[in-house]
Ligand binder design. Structure first.
Ligand SMILES: Nc1ncnc2c1ncn2[C@@H]1O[C@H](COP(=O)(O)OP(=O)(O)OP(=O)(O)O)[C@@H](O)[C@H]1O
Length: 236
């Protein structure tokens, strides 16, 4: 059986005066795992914990057996945030070359990442002049550099057209087939079916965990949105 890539034990996070996560336990293995839930339920907070940038009040998060955010994980975990993390005054290729150098990644990874996010025809354009979706993809390309073992992607398809969304999901599956664990959040329920495993989150708790078929089957719902509502209703 495949070893867990991520292990979360008793994770509690307080942001401001609010307890966002309260004793969360979770494991994540290979494949494409989707984290779905309404705005504000704690998806970004959990993802920040996986990459080690969130102060935690209690509990433990390990990735590949190491403390989340620790130095050995630096080039093994890729993180794409909702805010694009690329320099506006550099071209797409210059940005990637810069981050490849920081990560100590081979230069050939730059062209690979540009092609993966379909920005080949914009590689020499400064990021500040790209559209919002293109900027977001440039930022996603940074997360792909070095073929990390764990990719944490916070709403990577937001604002993208259906063709690009489909292509990106195909990319996530290719990366998973090649051995990366892909952990993707979305609040678009129609993306649920593209995941191997789904975690439905509400108010900081995982209220359902299984394949899309399992979750639909368990609730008798026709789609994941109805399944989510049925699960919320039965917990009320
Ligand atoms: N910097 C902060 N200070 C205080 N509270 C915060 C901060 N960031 C987030 N929160 C609160 O933490 C909770 C969880 O936020 P989080 O960003 O994890 O949700 P989310 O599920 O990712 O939402 P979305 O889908 O809208 O991105 C929310 O109630 C939010 O208001």
């Amino acid at each position: 059986m495949m070893k867990n890539i991520v292990e979360v034990d008793g994770l509690t996070v307080v942001r401001g005066s609010r307890t966002v996560l309260d004793g969360l336990d979770l494991t994540v293995g290979g494949g494409v795992t989707g984290l779905l839930g309404p705005s504000g339920c704690g998806k970004t907070t959990l993802m920040r914990c996986l990459v080690g940038v969130q102060r935690i009040a209690a509990g433990r998060v390990t990735v590949l057996g190491q403390e989340a955010g620790s130095a050995p994980l630096r080039d093994r975990v890729g993180y794409h945030t909702q805010a694009a993390s690329v320099y506006d005054d550099l071209t797409v290729r210059e940005n990637l070359a810069f981050f490849a150098r920081v990560l100590g990644t081979d230069r050939s990874a730059v062209d690979h990442a540009v092609e993966a996010v379909d920005l080949g025809s914009h590689r020499d354009q400064v990021v500040g002049s790209l559209s919002g979706g293109q900027r977001s993809r440039a930022s996603l390309a940074v997360a792909l550099l070095g073929e990390p073992d764990l990719l944490v992607l916070d709403e990577p398809t937001v604002g993208l057209d259906p063709v690009l969304r489909r292509d990106l999901w195909a990319l996530f599956h290719r990366l998973a087939d090649a051995g990366s664990a892909v952990f993707v959040s979305s609040h678009v329920m129609d993306e649920a079916d593209r995941c191997d495993r789904l975690l439905l989150m509400r108010e900081g708790a995982v209220i359902a965990d299984g394949s899309p078929d399992d979750i639909r089957g368990r609730t008798g719902a026709a789609d994941i949105e109805d399944a989510f509502l049925a699960i919320v209703g039965s917990a009320a």
